[in-house]
Design a protein around this ligand. Structure first.
Ligand code: ADP
Ligand code: MG
Length: 295
C-alpha cells in the first residue's frame, strides 16, 4: 500500500469531511488501493477514495486517465477486472456482489454512453428497475410496484425534472439526443433513489442551459441524501452541487485531492501543473493515451 517514491498520494485520512452536513458517517462507499485491468491491461493502479452519504465529490482528469473505468469497476461491469484492492459499502464487500446486487445495495451509475434498449419503453424499464431496487428479495416474474403508485411517482419526478410525459412512452435511449439520454439517466436516479450515485460526464454534449438544468436536477434529487461522485471536465455541473472534495485522476491514480477551488483551477488552467507535479503518473498517463490513440 505504500506509495511509490516520487508519487505523492493522499492518504484516506485526508478525506476527512470538512463539512458538517453529512448524514451518517457509517454510510460509506470506500475504495482502497484499487487496481483494475481491462483486457489484461492495467488501467487503475491503486485508487483510494472514501465517499460518505451526503457528500459531493468531483472526479476530474484528462481523457483516458481512468475515470470511467473507476465507475464501471464500482458498478461491477464484467469487462473490468479488479486485480487488487477492495470496495466496501458500509463495510460490506462490494466486490463479492454482482452488478444487480450492487444496484440493490444502493449504488447507481449514470453512464457516459448509456445503452439503447429498442422495444422497451422508459416507463416499463423504470418500473422494473425501481421494483428490483426497492424489493431486494424479489424474484424475476414476481409482482411489480402497483401501476397507480408507480405512475404517480413517475409523473411527480418528471414534473420535477421538467420533462414531458411523452418521454416515458419512448424506447429506452432509442434515438434520444445527447441531452435526452442524460435526462433519462437523471430520471432513473430520481426513481431509484440510490445511496451512492456516480455521474459519468452527465454534462457531455449538452448546451449551457441543459447543463444548468441537469446540475439543478441533480442537486434537487440528490440533496443531502446521497453520496455523489461527479465525473466531469466542466465546472458548470458543479454550480448547484458544490463539491466537498475534488479529486484529480492521472495515469490511473488519484494524485491530488482538494476542495471546490481545485475544480475551478483545473477547468480554467487545465492539467499542466498536475502533470508537472506528478511526473510518474504523467508518464503512465501518456502511455495510456498512446494506447487509446492506437485503438
Ligand atoms: P476516462 O473516463 O478518464 O476518459 P477511461 O476509464 O474511459 O478514461 O479509459 C482509461 C483507459 O482504459 C484508456 O486507455 C482506455 O482505452 C482503456 N479502456 C477503458 N475501457 C476500455 C474497454 N472497455 N476496452 C478497452 N480499453 C478500455
Ligand atoms: Mg470517461
Amino acid at each position: 500500500m505504500a506509495p511509490g517514491a516520487g508519487t505523492p498520494r493522499l492518504s484516506l485520512e485526508s478525506n476527512t469531511p470538512i463539512t458538517d452536513h453529512f448524514i451518517d458517517m457509517s454510510e460509506t462507499l470506500k475504495i482502497s488501493d484499487l487496481h483494475v485491468a481491462v483486457e489484461g491491461k492495467p488501467i487503475l493502479r491503486g485508487v483510494n477514495l472514501a465517499i460518505n452519504r451526503g457528500e459531493v465529490h468531483a472526479l476530474m482528469g484528462p481523457n483516458g486517465s481512468g475515470k470511467s473505468t473507476l465507475g464501471n469497476a464500482i458498478m461491477g461491469h464484467p469487462n473490468y477486472e479488479v486485480t487488487d484492492g477492495s470496495i466496501t459499502l458500509n463495510g460490506e464487500d462490494v466486490l463479492a456482489m454482482d452488478a444487480s446486487e450492487r444496484a440493490r445495495a444502493g449504488i447507481f451509475m449514470a453512464f457516459q454512453r448509456p445503452m439503447a434498449i429498442p422495444g422497451v419503453k422508459m416507463a416499463e424499464f423504470l418500473r422494473h428497475a425501481t421494483t428490483n431496487v426497492r424489493n431486494p428479495r424479489r424474484r424475476e416474474g414476481e409482482e411489480l410496484i402497483p401501476m397507480r403508485q408507480f405512475r404517480k411517482e413517475l409523473t411527480e419526478k418528471m414534473d420535477q425534472l421538467r420533462m414531458d410525459v411523452d418521454f416515458a412512452r419512448r424506447y429506452v435511449n432509442d434515438g434520444f439526443s445527447g441531452g435526452e439520454m442524460k435526462r433519462a439517466e437523471i430520471l432513473q436516479m430520481a426513481m431509484l433513489r440510490p445511496k451512492f450515485a456516480i455521474l459519468d460526464e452527465t454534462d457531455s454534449g449538452l448546451d449551457v442551459d441543459a447543463v444548468k438544468l441537469a446540475s439543478q436536477s441533480i442537486a434537487e434529487i440528490g440533496g443531502s441524501e446521497m453520496g455523489i461522485l461527479i465525473i466531469t471536465h466542466h465546472d458548470k455541473l458543479l454550480d448547484y452541487n458544490t463539491p466537498d472534495f475534488t479529486h484529480v485522476m492521472l495515469g490511473g491514480r488519484i494524485v491530488e485531492t482538494g476542495g471546490v477551488e481545485l475544480a475551478r483551477e483545473l477547468y480554467t488552467e487545465g492539467y499542466d501543473r498536475i502533470r508537472a507535479a506528478y511526473p510518474e503518473a504523467a508518464a503512465l498517463d501518456a502511455e495510456m493515451q498512446q494506447a487509446t490513440a492506437a485503438v
